[in-house]
Design a protein around this ligand. Sequence first.
Ligand SMILES: NC(=O)c1ccc[n+]([C@@H]2O[C@H](COP(=O)([O-])OP(=O)(O)OC[C@H]3O[C@@H](n4cnc5c(N)ncnc54)[C@H](OP(=O)(O)O)[C@@H]3O)[C@@H](O)[C@H]2O)c1
Length: 292
Amino acid sequence: MKAAFIGLGIMGKRMAGNLLKNNVSLTVFNRSQEPVDELAGRGATAADSPAACVRNADVVFTMLSTPDVVDELAFGTEGFVSHMQSGALWIDCSTVDPAFTRLAAKKTKKGGIRFMDAPVAGSKAPAENGELVFLAGADKEDLDETKYLLEFMGKKIIHAGPVSMGTTLKMLVNSLLAQSMLAFAETVLLGEKAGLSRELLLNLLPNMPVTAPFTAPKAEKIRQNDYQVEFPLEWMHKDLHLVSKVAWENDAPQYMANLAKEIYAGAKAHGLGREDFSAIYKYLGEKINKPF
Ligand SMILES: NC(=O)c1ccc[n+]([C@@H]2O[C@H](COP(=O)([O-])OP(=O)(O)OC[C@H]3O[C@@H](n4cnc5c(N)ncnc54)[C@H](OP(=O)(O)O)[C@@H]3O)[C@@H](O)[C@H]2O)c1
């Protein structure tokens, strides 16, 4: 199969890199040129527009930031969908909301294009190592046909149900991730204020049965005071906004997720949007130690 990849940010560049490592014939596009050049140096064909990227592809991957950006590149002026081959498959790996996904599937179907949502769990290192978990919303035949490509980039492929169930599941995963990070940060800060050693807290708490395992590498970031980006805080805020939208659409109150959303909004307004989302510890720490 000939593949195309649009969106070569933190995640997309590494995912596309794993397709190349496995000798997939790949054309790539990105808004900024640097990752395109890097992947072209590793055997990809560089395209100078989304439309040119998809023209000969049997399968098109997107890994873009927000629903608005996916919408613009797919359906805007010169949107790539109208340049895809009839019967080709678009796999959107971006974290978007289920309503957007359903609409995208409907619009693509009109043009004779197949669609699958396949957002991922896992960050920069799993993307690099081909160890992502794909949460697919798809027709079984579409998933069966392209599973081998997803397996070049991931260690597990979960078929969550028909189109939009992948993004639905992703909403839940990131709601938990955001809230667990906040709970961890706030708890460590309380322990420090109450006189426990920071070192003890950062060593011990991530290994308790009550704590989410992903907090162990995040504790290391807190220890080093180094919030170099893996998952940008601005996208965690975006995801909580999308969770809130899903909650509204389903008439299901999400008290904790909405509170978490506003705390991440505060951190973003504070200039931490392009730091790792674990920088929420730094933000809360400043709030606790230097109250208004
Ligand atoms: N990082 C993670 O740990 C992680 C994990 C799971 C899921 N996700 C999700 O995966 C998606 C990508 O995340 P990421 O971490 O790779 O983000 P990122 O590094 O910020 O990359 C975003 C991508 O979108 C492109 N983009 C943004 N605005 C654009 C515009 N107006 N026009 C065209 N292209 C535009 C960027 O192009 P430029 O390079 O030119 O800016 C880049 O290719 C997001 O939906 C995120 O929520 C991220």
